[in-house]
Unconditional design. Structure first.
Length: 82
């Protein structure tokens, strides 16, 4: 991953825009492990846009453990993209 927060956010968003299924594992890692709230929000959005079973399973799991309300809200929105 890039050390620049904006680069990570844009990368996550673009994978969602273009529906890059192969990016799901990386997005899951961003959603569960990135220190930056904005990156986790972007990863949640991208997973929702990609919409695979693996993506939604990751969103469900993240919803149960995420502590930051802004990210939980992004996860909720992403889960309704189906």
């Amino acid at each position: 991953g890039d050390s620049d927060t904006m680069v990570r956010m844009r990368a996550a968003r673009l994978t969602g825009v273009f529906g890059v299924d192969s990016a799901v594992p990386a997005l899951v890692g961003m959603l569960s492990g990135d220190a930056e709230v904005g990156v986790r929000q972007a990863a949640a959005w991208a997973l929702g846009k990609i919409g695979t079973a693996e993506a939604f399973a990751a969103l469900r799991e993240a919803a149960s453990i995420e502590e930051v309300s802004l990210v939980r809200d992004a996860i909720d929105v992403a889960m309704r993209m189906r």
